[in-house]
Write a new protein. Structure first.
Length: 319
């Protein structure tokens, strides 16, 4: 069934405060000394004079896949430039005709914005186009990318719900995901059982896991009912199942996990599970400006790009 694109149009509600999905990160934690500044361009750069840009970089920026994946396809002879098989290190400009398999590269104009899509992932879907088990995939719910490819910014495991961001820009995806930029990921977590203060202190201080030390930059209690307790946690990394593994290190079971924010993008309250919305141009421009310089205040949203903030039901995770 085709999913409804909720958009960000005015719902006609009178007198309500309206907010869009982009907002300043709520983290009050100071960045650790010695961390690199979080600034890097995401707009497709102009060609390097007559030499052009490296082929694998151009293809990644156009949404064909990661730079590493593009290098592998070039080595496999799957990429041609002007009818000839390309090689590693080749450079191209906008006058070249580039094909990856049967797909033709459509050169992005200097002033053309990438597309950015928000999706509210339910539990029971996988963030992959190729699953040997044949499980439902999030990509089946997305609209056509029209000559490009949707790239997922970060992943959520099969049993985790919440915010997924998709874009047609390889640079934007890399800028938000790469570990060196330490972009915030915020989650609402429901934990089963009694959680002692000493365990919370340990999770804030750091735990040695099988793939290195990890910790929550923020961990706040949000109440709960019965045997379940809600927490709001913040990390600046995206290792596989990192939230669940941290709680499991303290013999605690995560019974529900939901991502509510990634960087400056928050999950819109009006976006229901299994639905998507595409950011309008004004919001995309704000996002690009933020990732280029996250330390600067987020630019004000235009009225057309805002949305009503709804009050959650009691069964919902705290917002």
């Amino acid at each position: 069934m085709k999913q409804k694109n909720t958009g960000t149009k005015n719902s006609g509600a009178a007198g309500g405060q309206r907010r869009g999905p982009l907002r300043p990160p709520a983290s009050a934690v100071a960045r650790k000394p010695g961390n690199p500044p979080r600034s890097a361009p995401v707009v497709m750069p102009a060609a390097d004079g007559l030499r052009g840009d490296k082929l694998h970089k151009v293809l990644a920026q156009a949404g064909f896949g990661s730079r590493r994946a593009m290098e592998e396809r070039i080595r496999a002879g799957e990429v041609t430039v002007n009818g000839k098989v390309a090689g590693i290190g080749d450079r191209v400009t906008a006058v070249d005709r580039v094909k990856v398999g049967d797909r033709v590269l459509h050169w992005q104009q200097a002033d053309q914005l990438p597309r950015v899509l928000l999706y509210h992932k339910p539990e029971g879907e996988i963030v992959s186009n190729d699953d040997p088990q044949g499980r439902p995939t999030v990509f089946a719910k997305l609209p056509p990318a029209k000559g490009a490819k949707w790239l997922a910014i970060g992943r959520l495991d099969f049993n985790t719900s919440g915010l997924l961001i998709f874009t047609t820009s390889g640079d934007l995806a890399n800028r938000m995901m790469h570990p060196r930029f330490e972009v915030d990921r915020e989650y609402a977590v429901r934990v089963l059982g009694t959680v002692h203060p000493a365990a919370l202190d340990t999770l804030r201080a750091g735990v040695r896991l099988e793939d290195g030390v990890a910790r929550f930059e923020q961990l706040e209690e949000e109440g709960g009912e019965g045997a379940n307790r809600w927490f709001r946690v913040l990390l600046r990394e995206g290792r596989n199942r990192i939230v669940r593994r941290l709680f499991e290190s303290q013999n605690l079971t995560v019974s529900r996990l939901m991502r509510v924010r990634f960087g400056a993008v928050a999950l819109p309250p009006q976006l229901k599970r299994g639905q998507f919305m595409e950011l309008p141009a004004a919001e995309v421009e704000r996002l690009l400006a933020w990732v280029t310089n996250p330390e600067q205040p987020l630019a004000a949203a235009s009225p057309a790009a805002t949305a009503t903030r709804s009050r959650p039901r009691r069964s919902s995770p705290p917002r």
